[in-house]
Write a protein that binds this ligand. Structure first.
Ligand code: ADP
Ligand code: MG
Length: 300
C-alpha cells in the first residue's frame, strides 16, 4: 500500500475537521479526493505530508509512519499545496535548484534540467516565476513536488483557477506522471475525476462518504438514460409516450423534450417514430451528468 489512513481524526480548537477517516491507496493508482469546500481535503493532505499532526489515528506512507518516521515519509512523498505557494522573485531554475538542495539530491543541475523537460517548462525556464502564467506556475509546482523522485504525489487542487486549455494540459501531464507514481489529488470538480482518476474517495464534513472506482461511482444512482430531443415541429407529449422504452417525458419548449429512456437503443425508436409522423429530429443529446448527481446526493 502507498498510503494507509486508519481512524484519523483532526480537531482544530473546537472543530472536528476529520472524523474517524480510514482509507487505503495502492501503488500506481491515481485517486481523486473529492469533496465540497471545507470538507477536510487539505487537512488530510497536510497530515499525510507531515505538515500538521493528526489528533488521533495512524497514517503510513510507503510503510513509514508519519509520526514515527517523518523524514522517510517526506523522502517518499511530493506535495503540491493548495494555491501553489512559490517564491515569485526567484527564477524557475534557481527555485528548482533550491528545492533540490533542500532534499539534498545529487547531481542537481542535471535533475533540474530533467524536471524542466518533464513538465514542459523549456521556453519559460529562464524567467522569473512571477512572470509566468498560472498554468506554467502550476508546472513549476509539479516539478518541485517531483524533484526528489518520490513514489507518491499529493496534489491539492492542482487545476483550480486554470483556463480550459491550461486545464487540459495539466490534466494530461498528471495522467502521464500517474503512469509511474501513486497520485492523490483533491478537487471539487466531478469531470476532473472522470477524466483522470481510477478511484474516487468522497469526503464530506470530515467523513468519508464514498470510496470506490470512478466507474462504480458513475453507475450509482443511475436512473435510466436521459436524452434531450429537438423536433422541427411542435409535438404532443401524449403521442411520444407511446414510444416503446420511453419511461418519462418533460417538455422544455414546444419542440424540445427531455425523455428518460430504458436503454440506449430506445433512441432508434424515437427516430422511427419521428419518421412515421413526418417529423424531423434536429438534435438528440444524451446527458452525462450522472457523477455530478451522485456527488450532490452524497454531500448535501
Ligand atoms: P477543504 O480542503 O476540503 O476545503 P479544509 O481541510 O481546508 O477543507 O478545512 C476543513 C475544515 O477545517 C474547514 O471547516 C476549515 O475551516 C477548518 N480548518 C482548516 N484549517 C484550519 C485551521 N488551521 N484552524 C482552524 N480551522 C481550520
Ligand atoms: Mg482545500
Amino acid at each position: 500500500m502507498s498510503i494507509e489512513v486508519k481512524n484519523v481524526t483532526k480537531i482544530y480548537g473546537e472543530q472536528k475537521a476529520l472524523n474517524d477517516v480510514s482509507f487505503e491507496i495502492g501503488g500506481g493508482e491515481i485517486v481523486g479526493f473529492l469533496g465540497p469546500n471545507g470538507a477536510g481535503k487539505s487537512t488530510m493532505m497536510k497530515i499525510i505530508t507531515c505538515f500538521i499532526p493528526q489528533t488521533s489515528g495512524i497514517i503510513k506512507v510507503c510503510g513509514y509512519d508519519v509520526t514515527e518516521d517523518p523524514i522517510d515519509v517526506k523522502r517518499n512523498v511530493g506535495y503540491l499545496p493548495e494555491h501553489n505557494p512559490l517564491y515569485l522573485d526567484m527564477y524557475v531554475k534557481e527555485y528548482l535548484d533550491f528545492v533540490g538542495g533542500v532534499y539534498k539530491i545529487d547531481n542537481r543541475r542535471a535533475r533540474v534540467k530533467e524536471m524542466v523537460d518533464m513538465v514542459g517548462l523549456g521556453l519559460e525556464q529562464n524567467k522569473k516565476i512571477g512572470a509566468l502564467s498560472k498554468g506554467y506556475r502550476q508546472r513549476v509546482g509539479l516539478a518541485q513536488a517531483m524533484i526528489h523522485n518520490p513514489k507518491v504525489l499529493i496534489l491539492d487542487e492542482p487545476t483550480t483557477g486554470l483556463d480550459p486549455n491550461q486545464l487540459e494540459e495539466i490534466r494530461n501531464l498528471i495522467k502521464e506522471i500517474g503512469k509511474e507514481k501513486t497520485i492523490m489529488l483533491s478537487t471539487h470538480i466531478m469531470q476532473e475525476v472522470e477524466a483522470i482518476c481510477d478511484k474516487t474517495i468522497i469526503v464530506n464534513k470530515g467523513v468519508i462518504v464514498a470510496n470506490e472506482t470512478t466507474k462504480e461511482l458513475q453507475q450509482r444512482n443511475k436512473q435510466g438514460i436521459v436524452v434531450t430531443v429537438e423536433f422541427d415541429k411542435p409535438i404532443d407529449n401524449k403521442q411520444l409516450e407511446k414510444i416503446e422504452g420511453v419511461t418519462k417525458i418533460a417538455q422544455k419548449s414546444e419542440t424540445v423534450l427531455v425523455m428518460e429512456i430504458k436503454a440506449d437503443n430506445v433512441r432508434n425508436n424515437i427516430f422511427q417514430f419521428a419518421m412515421k409522423h413526418d417529423l424531423t429530429v434536429l438534435t438528440m443529446q444524451k446527458e452525462t451528468q450522472s457523477l455530478e448527481n451522485v456527488f450532490k446526493s452524497l454531500t448535501k
